[in-house]
Design a protein around this ligand. Structure first.
Ligand SMILES: Nc1nc2c(ncn2[C@@H]2O[C@H](COP(=O)(O)OP(=O)(O)OP(=O)(O)O)[C@@H](O)[C@H]2O)c(=O)[nH]1
Ligand SMILES: [Mg+2]
Length: 375
């Protein structure tokens, strides 16, 4: 890989047009950013080389994901956070992965006005992405668009996604910090647990606390966190000299299972993160300062504990797996030879003389010129 100042060298396959686009991208031209995102999102010819060149510039934004059920107030929270980060002088990128989000004009007029106000701020860039039905497709391109936004140079990236399916969880986990927004409506906390939101949350916000039931939902979440913590603690081996009563006392404040492990050499001390359960009225801005504070504290925790590095590494590993799978798909189905071998073997498979698995190995072996062992 070349250094960031010569992105062209990192991607020899860049077309002239993409090279020019990249130059404009590198100077902070927002229309170039929008264009790059479209190329990546639509997987237009040459998008991989373009991505290579862009990713070679490095990633450094503080990424915050906001997820939760439809209508929980995610966009309202994102708008409030964006405004607050702007007030600190940060450049803010917003990615909304949600077809019904106000960013795409699908919601009430009030939200749209708020978003439009945000959108006229040159320090804020908003991009909404449609949810696609394609198998796995959503998560893949979405994560790449987030990377593109990151490498453009925003200080802060806010990613809104509805927390309903696996793909949404994956998008949320492209963030360094995940905020789960819930509302007081009955059953929300239970739904959140079922949907796997408990596992990915670093911060909970019970939004719409102007409605009845917010305290109850907050308590339910606290209790669930406590319970999970209790279960985790029972597996801590006593002979490591861990001070169980002390840790249990900490666990009672709702410490999650998603923290760095024990500090090496000092098993009694953990770089812990206690998941806060906050209440907010996003519409009026109530509780937003507390959320900002929690986000700052989480950022500090991430860097001090080494957890940020660990999360980035996990993300990179997942990305690498995706990239390898995509390359393999392209190698096989993008080549005349691959398709031809598959075609030739179909009759034999049908006649019971071969299996798809054996043929798959055969195809890869022929295309890569490499023979597998029979193991
Ligand atoms: N009462 C009350 N309403 C709120 C609050 N926050 C947001 N809303 C309203 O709730 C509705 C949904 O808010 P959004 O911010 O669009 O929620 P969302 O989670 O982004 O919704 P989707 O993207 O469609 O899933 C809007 O009408 C908001 O004005 C709040 O704290 N209290
Ligand atoms: Mg929304």
């Amino acid at each position: 890989m070349s250094d960031a100042s010569s992105p062209g060298l990192a991607a020899p396959g860049l077309t002239e047009a993409h090279r020019a686009l990249l130059d404009r991208f590198a100077t902070g031209d927002r229309s170039a950013l929008a264009r790059v995102i479209s190329v990546v999102e639509d997987e237009r010819p040459g998008f991989e080389s373009l991505l290579d060149a862009i990713l070679a510039r490095g990633l450094r934004a503080a990424r915050v994901g906001i997820t939760g059920p439809p209508g929980a107030g995610k966009s309202t929270l994102v708008a409030a956070l964006a405004t607050a980060y702007r007030a600190r002088g940060e450049q803010v990128g917003i990615v909304a992965v949600d077809p019904t989000s106000p960013f795409t004009g699908g919601a009430l007029l009030g939200d749209r006005i708020r978003m439009n106000e945000l959108a006229t701020d040159p320090g804020i860039f908003i991009r909404s992405m449609a949810t696609r039905g394609a198998r796995g497709g959503l998560a893949t391109t979405t994560r790449e668009v987030i990377d593109v936004m990151d490498s453009f140079g925003f200080d802060r990236l806010l990613v809104e996604t509805v927390g309903v399916g696996q793909a949404d969880l994956e998008v949320a986990s492209a963030a360094d910090t995940v905020v789960v927004a819930l509302v007081p409506e009955s059953g929300d906390a239970i739904q959140a647990m079922k949907a796997g939101l408990m596992e990915i949350a670093d911060i909970f916000v019970v939004n719409k606390a102007d409605r009845p039931g917010a305290d109850r939902v907050a308590r339910e979440i606290e209790l669930t966190l406590q319970f999970r913590r209790g279960v985790t603690l029972r597996h801590v081996p006593a002979h490591h000299g861990v001070d169980l009563p002390r840790m249990r006392a900490r666990g009672a404040t709702g410490t999650s299972g998603r923290q760095a492990g024990e500090a090496p050499g000092d098993p009694g001390v953990r770089a812990d993160w206690t998941i806060p359960v906050l209440k907010a009225v996003a519409q009026s801005g109530e509780g937003v300062a507390e959320l900002l504070d929690a986000l700052d504290r989480h950022r500090a925790y991430l860097t001090e504990s080494g957890e940020l590095q660990r999360r980035r590494r996990t993300r990179t590993a997942a990305r690498l797996r995706d990239a390898v799978e995509r390359e393999l798909r392209r190698l096989v189905w993008g080549s005349e030879q691959g398709r031809r071998i598959a075609e030739e073997w179909l009759d034999k498979i049908a006649a019971g003389k071969a299996t798809p698995y054996a043929v798959a190995r055969q195809i890869i072996a022929e295309l890569t010129g490499r023979l597998y062992g029979s193991d």
